[in-house]
Design a protein around this ligand. Sequence first.
Ligand code: C2O
Ligand code: CU
Ligand code: CU
Length: 514
Amino acid sequence: MRLSQPLEKFVDECPIPEILKPKVKNHKGDYYEVTMEEMTQKLHRDLNPTRLWGYNGMYPGPTIEAEKDNLTLVKWINKLPDKHLLPVDKTIHGAMNHPEVRTVVHLHGGASPAPSDGYPEAWFTRDFKEVGPYFKRKIYQYPNLQRSAALWYHDHAMGITRLNVYAGLCGFYIIRDSHERSLNLPKGDYEIPLMIQDKSFNEDGSLYYPKQPANPSSTTPDPSITPFFCGDTILVNGKVWPYLEVEPRKYRFRLLNASNTRTFELKLDAGQSMYQIGTDGGFLQRPVKIDKLTLAPAERADVIIDFSQYEHQHLTLKNDSGCGGPVNPDTDANVMQFKVTRPLSAKDKSKIPSNLESSSTQAMPFVRSIRTLKLGQRSDEYGRPMLLLDNHQWEDPVTEKPQLGDTEIWSIVNPMGVTHSIHLHLVQFKILDRRPFDADIFNQTGRIVYTGSSVAPELNERGFKDTARAPAGQVTRIMVHFTPFTGRYVWHCHILEHEDYDMMRPYLVVKRRE
Ligand code: C2O
Ligand code: CU
Ligand code: CU
């Protein structure tokens, strides 16, 4: 039985995931062991404990903190039961003929060597009893060569990523560096990661997830419906509609939308401004004052909120964007509440610097290739919906093979009715522009007829990104520098229901041919 009434809001305190301690720390790097386990956790005051899957038995998983250029080693251990917590759709290509429960961990936003990237077919079962065709190693290596940024780790097993992440397998991974430390930003207790997700529950407290997200109301898949899942309850750091008590001062929030399908449009209830200082891949050049923040699945934002003018007040973080329907004032219109009720413990000496990164005076790099990549959909031999990247499905031969060190422009053509959240592993890229075109003409003839001029990305999208929104009826162009590793990676839509239903492709970074 589905839970019929929305749970009461702002009655539970917002947890802050604990920072994981390395098992060994030496000149070689920091070594961790993380075990995936089934557990129960109380997600709301009035809800029975929920059975979940967590890293080290925690949802969200513990936060891993890394230092730039210092190696992080993680042994990911699978101790999950053999039966899945949620209904597995065995008709998905990637889920056929595979053990029901399998996992592989991906560091999202990380420039990881390919054998440690968490390739979807590098999965393994409990105690490594069975491993997928691309399984390479038990201990993953993260060299942390990139700038300070808030990344996240999550499950990426072929065909069941949406279920594994929804079950709780996700956590923060934060890279620090000396430049970040020089900026005098709010830190320590005043820097808080916030993982936002939507879920639905049954009356007994268990998670609700449909057997086929493609068509929740029927047993036969309908190829005309794009698979999606929208939960009716919003959680932050694993609590339903929580509150956070804060001091009247500046806070730095590392926001992450870890939902399966849902995009958020976040704003504070009275329209109070926030300052965005970073994107997926690190700092923006300058802070951007925003009243509204759009976060599609997997996007992150580094944001400062100054509570100094709001002593004794409650500020609600609201959401303006519906998911498969209009926002509901009783449910998904709310995210969490900040209660400015704590006394100021010390004068706030932190700053919002006017310059965050030295501006790159670099000229436009030499672009080796421009690829036009179309998003699309068709039904497969079983009449099941299947999403496609450039008309290819997962098993087709690799078509994207950039050379190491090359810069390419990828033009993502979206003639479909929904925005997709396009993510590339390994790299941090820049969004160049978006341009509307006639989707009907495209769908009939395959020709791109533009209906307007190109629009530059929003000011707060101009930093490094690993995930970009590709809106319906637009061509979104991104510029990607393929570095620092060769090997087999993937790119995909980060709407997890799309990813699992084939909207994912391998790509290869190949050695330079001089
Ligand atoms: Cu966040 Cu391919 O993943
Ligand atoms: Cu990723
Ligand atoms: Cu998509």
